[in-house]
Design a protein around this ligand. Structure first.
Ligand code: 13P
Ligand code: SF4
Length: 310
């Protein structure tokens, strides 16, 4: 990249020239969030992807999110700045193993969390996100046998919340499993005024400490409308940028991981950079491509989710 290029101006220019839109998740680095046309949680991003009029979608997020955009927009070019931006949760459900698990429970309705590959989506009946999961589950009669994949922590939380007894696939997110209950409890003692906000991908003992549990958008909304002045935030650190921007007077403390790593940063989300975003827009690469039969099979449960979430 020519060092004299102002990347922010150049990205704006390319967006206009190419009728491109940048969709970004809250876990992206602050500069990417600031340059995005839309920032949101997985549900909001899927809804935006479904209705955009742009010719090119640049997805500043991870692979399953860009795949979702492609499933909904076969005629559009969907770009992901770094194809290695995967997801440990999506990786925890390999296709063949999941197919075998599903075959053992043929009478179960399969609800899959959107954090999964297109192949897993194609094997599912309905998709959900953390923002709409309860609504999706409640759309089924109470005695419906349900298989929930791939996040066991979200699944266990939903079982408790809805009183269902869904069969859970044994998957998890490496970022949300890293928080230390002991360290959060000690932080709470030092900041007794602070409320704990947690994402439902966290393990049960962390959720038990939370004052409020929700998707990234829901956590953001809660921190805005609630009257507390300080919050301990148990999810990926990227969300703190919007929380701080929306609430300049409030204090937001990232919940500490159980060792001294920076593992409450998602290594996949953080692969995207402004430089890569610029190159992606300029060269229109790397592009998400998908076989049509897989796309159509994965679209069915996604459409069902979007219909229920209207
Ligand atoms: P939401 O933004 O939908 O809450 O998802 C969180 C997440 O882990 C995305 O990878
Ligand atoms: Fe996947 Fe977890 Fe990263 Fe989200 S935070 S993309 S669930 S690894």
């Amino acid at each position: 990249i020519n060092p004299s290029v102002d990347l922010f101006d150049a990205i704006e220019q390319l967006k206009k020239e190419k009728n491109a839109i940048i969709l970004a998740h809250y876990y992206q680095e602050p500069d990417i969030q600031d340059i995005a046309d839309y920032i949101g949680d997985s549900l909001g991003l899927a809804q935006q992807a479904a209705k955009t009029q742009a010719d090119i979608i640049v997805f500043a997020g991870v692979h399953f999110m860009a795949e979702t955009a492609k499933i909904l927009n076969p005629a559009k070019k969907v770009l992901l700045p770094d194809l290695k931006a995967g997801c440990s949760l999506a990786d925890s459900a390999p296709t063949e193993a999941f197919k075998a698990f599903k075959a053992q429970h043929p009478n179960h309705v399969v609800i899959s969390y959107i954090n999964c590959t297109a192949e897993i989506k194609a094997l599912s009946d309905i998709i959900c996100t953390s923002g709409n999961a309860e609504k999706i589950i409640e759309s089924l009669p109470p005695d419906t046998p349900i298989l929930f994949a791939p996040d066991k922590n979200l699944g266990a939380y939903l079982n408790k919340k809805t009183g269902r007894n869904m069969l859970l696939w044994n998957g998890a997110c490496q970022v949300h499993e890293i928080f230390s209950v002991e360290k959060i409890s000690r932080l709470k003692m030092r900041h007794p005024e602070a409320k704990v906000l947690a994402h439902p991908e966290c393990e049960e003992p962390v959720l038990a400490l939370a004052d409020y549990i929700g998707s990234t958008t829901q956590l953001l909304k809660y921190s805005h409308t609630d009257t507390a002045q300080a919050y301990i935030v148990a999810t990926e650190t990227g969300i703190l940028h919007q929380m701080q921007k929306d609430n300049p007077g409030k204090t937001f403390i990232p919940a500490p991981p159980n060792n001294n790593c920076a593992c409450n940063d998602c290594p996949y989300m953080k692969l995207n950079t402004v430089e890569k975003l610029y190159n992606t827009l300029l060269y229109e690469l790397p592009e998400i491509e998908m076989e049509e039969s897989l796309r159509l099979a994965a679209k069915k449960p996604l459409d069902r989710m979007l219909e229920i979430s209207k």
